[in-house]
Ligand binder design. Structure first.
Ligand code: PNS
Length: 160
C-alpha cells in the first residue's frame, strides 16, 4: 500500500523548521504532498505561486530524498485535496504547547470531515523559535533572516 501524506501550511515563506518537517515526513511516508494553502486569518507576504516556487527550490537545494510534490490548494477544504490524491494523513510540526492548542481543533475537524488523521512530528529543537510570521517581521524591518530560512528564500527576500 502506498502511504501518502499531505504537509499543509501557509509557507509564507518556507522556513528551516518547515523544511525539517518535510524531510522527516518524506522519511516516513512513500509519497509526500507539500500543500500551500491560503490562510485568510493571516496577512500574506508572498503570492501563492512564489511560495510554491520557493518550496520547490528549497527542497531541491536540500536534496531531500523521497517522492515529494509541491502544490497549491485554494478551491475548498484541505481534506478535499487529500481525497483527490488518496492521502489519509496530514503531517504537522509541533514546536510548543501553543502549536498543540492551535492544531488540535483542526485535527479533530479534519478527521470528522473525511477520516483524515493528523500526525504530529517534533522538529529539531534548534528551530523551535522559528516561524514564518517572525521571518516576515524581521525581513520587513531590514534584519538578517539567514539563520531561519533556506538559501533560496533568503536570496529572494534580499532582492525584493
Ligand atoms: O501554516 P498555517 O497558516 O498554520 O496553516 C494553516 C492551514 C492553511 C493548514 C489551515 O488554515 C487549513 O487547513 N486551511 C484549509 C481550510 C480548511 O480545510 N479548513 C477546515 C479544517 S481546519
Amino acid at each position: 500500500m502506498n502511504r501518502i501524506a499531505v504537509v499543509p501550511g501557509s509557507f509564507d515563506p518556507v522556513t528551516l523548521g518547515h523544511l525539517d518537517v518535510i524531510e522527516r515526513a518524506a522519511g516516513i511516508f512513500d509519497e509526500v504532498h507539500v500543500l500551500v494553502v491560503h490562510n485568510p486569518d493571516k496577512q500574506a507576504l508572498l503570492p501563492i505561486a512564489q511560495r510554491v516556487q520557493l518550496l520547490q527550490r528549497s527542497i531541491a537545494d536540500a536534496r531531500v530524498a523521497g517522492s515529494i510534490t509541491v502544490a497549491a490548494w485554494s478551491v475548498g477544504l484541505l481534506v478535499d485535496y487529500c481525497t483527490e490524491v488518496g492521502a489519509h494523513v496530514l503531517v504537522k510540526g509541533i514546536r510548543s504547547q501553543v502549536d498543540v492548542a492551535y492544531e488540535t481543533p483542526m485535527a479533530i475537524v479534519n478527521r470528522n470531515l473525511a477520516a483524515v488523521e493528523t500526525v504530529f512530528l517534533l522538529p529539531n529543537p534548534a528551530n523551535a523559535h522559528v516561524s514564518s510570521s517572525l521571518v516576515r517581521q524581521v525581513a520587513a524591518l531590514g534584519g538578517d533572516v539567514s539563520p531561519y530560512v533556506p538559501r533560496a528564500v533568503y536570496e529572494y527576500l534580499k532582492e525584493t
